[in-house]
Design a protein around this ligand. Structure first.
Ligand code: NAD
Length: 360
């Protein structure tokens, strides 16, 4: 299979962890006989330095031509005080829009070797393995009218939460498809006891569920879901929810796994003419200026994003499993970076990447 991927290393540790992720992608393609066609582009602070803007035209062209995009992270402290539209992070919002990705997938999985770094008691968190599917382009963050108007005591802020049937149906279908390849359970999260958007959400999810009789569906109110994530995280397989609820719940889910450096994420759109699913894959973390350039960053979030790319954009489950198994083997071997190993001699970013390649 041809694996056409645009690589956007970005800034700070983004470039360091992406280097290792690319090594792993190349290694897994070699092993399974796929042809990796990798191009590289500019995004974020480095793009501002080289072209004057955070998302150059050339990057847009390359992203549309590729089947999937693998990104590091963007952000440089020198841009902290400039206007939002001139910041590196603007490039990230732009590339998501260009790619038309509407579903953000955040896998939350606890590894045996890291169980002690979870803030929860071991017996609660052990065996947790879920995906939180967050709707990414609708809801409260994009609805209109919005803004602040009036003066004095009458000054008023307004945001609008809005969803169409079509938006709810496409994200629900994505969740059910994912569940089909896992433990066949979808939990839809809403606030239907208060919000009309949630009542429509629940109605449409139930209708879509009829297309997937082999998948079990249950519903949770968002406040109860926030509680269940820490009381009984093992109960979840695929969680699907709207934009703002997903934003909050996915960060809550993130801390279950321990270090932020471990977490991959995937943002998926529609199928491309090639048959692959358009997708943007990136670790959850930022450019970490405090450790940039020191070969200290944990590359496993970026490497986990390679596994997600293989599985979700190209349907290559065996290859994705090989990457995940190699990551687990490396974690068990103790060759891990300082964020996972406060005492003793930690491995470098490059050493962890090399160890994963060897394990594959
Ligand atoms: P951050 O995620 O970059 O760092 C937070 C803390 O976690 C830091 O102490 C850092 O050293 C540590 N950390 C992060 N990733 C790590 C890794 N792989 N291995 C070991 N330790 C790791 O968040 P921040 O400090 O709030 O933001 C720094 C810059 O990154 C800002 O410019 C911000 O806007 C940007 N940012 C970008 C993205 C993105 O590109 N998707 C996401 C978040 C933040």
């Amino acid at each position: 299979m041809k694996i056409n991927v645009l690589i956007l290393p970005g800034d700070g540790i983004g470039a360091e962890v992406t280097r290792e992720a690319v090594r792993v992608l190349t290694r897994v393609c070699d092993k399974f006989g796929h042809q990796a066609n990798l191009t590289e582009g500019l995004l974020g602070g480095i793009a501002i330095h080289k072209t004057g803007g955070p998302l150059p035209e050339e990057t847009v062209r390359l992203a549309l031509a590729a089947d999937a995009t693998l990104m590091g992270a963007v952000g440089l402290p020198e841009f902290d005080n400039v206007a939002p539209e001139k910041r590196p992070e603007k490039g990230l919002l732009g590339i998501r829009k260009v790619l038309g990705v509407y579903a953000n997938l955040r896998p939350v999985k606890t590894y045996k070797a890291l169980i002690d770094s979870s803030p929860l008691k071991n017996h609660l968190v052990e065996g947790t393995d879920m995906i939180i599917v967050r709707e990414l382009t609708g809801g409260l963050y994009y609805g209109t009218p919005r803004g602040i108007s009036g003066e004095g005591d009458q000054e008023r802020g307004v945001n609008t939460m809005t969803y169409t049937r079509a938006e709810i149906a496409r994200i629900s279908r994505m969740a059910f498809h994912l569940a089909r390849n896992r433990r066949k359970k979808v939990t839809s999260v809403d606030k239907s006891n208060v919000l009309e958007t949630s009542q429509l959400w629940r109605k449409v999810v139930v209708e879509v569920a009829a297309e997937f009789p082999d998948v079990q569906l249950d519903h949770l109110l968002v406040d109860n879901c926030a509680m269940q994530l820490v009381l009984n995280p093992r109960r979840f397989d695929v969680v699907v929810t709207e934009n703002m609820f997903g934003d909050i719940l996915s960060d809550e889910g993130a801390v279950l796994a321990g270090s932020i450096g471990m977490l991959p994420s995937a943002s998926i759109g529609d199928r491309k003419p090639s048959g692959a699913w358009a997708g943007l894959y990136e670790p959850v973390h930022g450019s970490a200026p405090d450790i940039a350039g020191q070969n200290k960053a944990n590359p496993l979030g970026a490497i986990g994003s390679v596994a997600a790319l293989l599985e979700y954009s190209f349907g290559l489950k065996e290859e994705a499993a090989a990457v995940n198994a190699a990551m687990e083997a490396v974690l068990n071997s103790g060759r891990v970076t300082a964020d996972l190993k406060p005492a003793g001699a930690p491995a470098t970013t490059a050493e962890v990447g090399q160890a994963v390649c060897e394990a594959i």
